[in-house]
Design a protein around this ligand. Structure first.
Ligand SMILES: N[C@@H](CCC(=O)N[C@@H](CS)C(=O)NCC(=O)O)C(=O)O
Length: 94
């Protein structure tokens, strides 16, 4: 159970050794956006939850609120299209 103060609008399922996760984290940091990390290494529950929610098995998997953005490439594509800021602006609990 998460503390409500730990609950962030952006949630990223990630693993510790993962280049795409690092790239996603760099992008979020550059934006100045906080996120909640769910590390799936060694946790079959968290990995199972990620796969159930996304239908994907690769990390990272990123949610903006209830919206499944996808992996790093998907988030970068939204940024390139100028749509990521808009999605972020629509979030509560930032
Ligand atoms: N296009 C994906 C690639 C993600 C990816 O390949 N992640 C690696 C870890 S850095 C992974 O999950 N590999 C495990 C696998 O392919 O089953 C993205 O941009 O997020």
């Amino acid at each position: 159970m998460q503390n409500s103060e730990d609950t962030k609008a952006i949630v990223m399922y990630e693993s510790r050794i993962c280049g795409y996760c690092m790239a996603a984290k760099r992008m979020l940091k550059k934006k100045g956006w906080e996120y909640q990390s769910i590390v799936v290494d060694g946790s079959s529950d968290a990995r199972h939850e990620m796969m159930e929610r996304t239908g994907r098995h690769t990390v990272p998997q990123i949610f903006f609120g209830e919206t499944h953005v996808g992996g790093y490439d998907d988030m970068a594509a939204l940024e390139a299209d100028g749509k990521l800021d808009e999605l972020y602006a629509s979030l509560e609990n930032k």
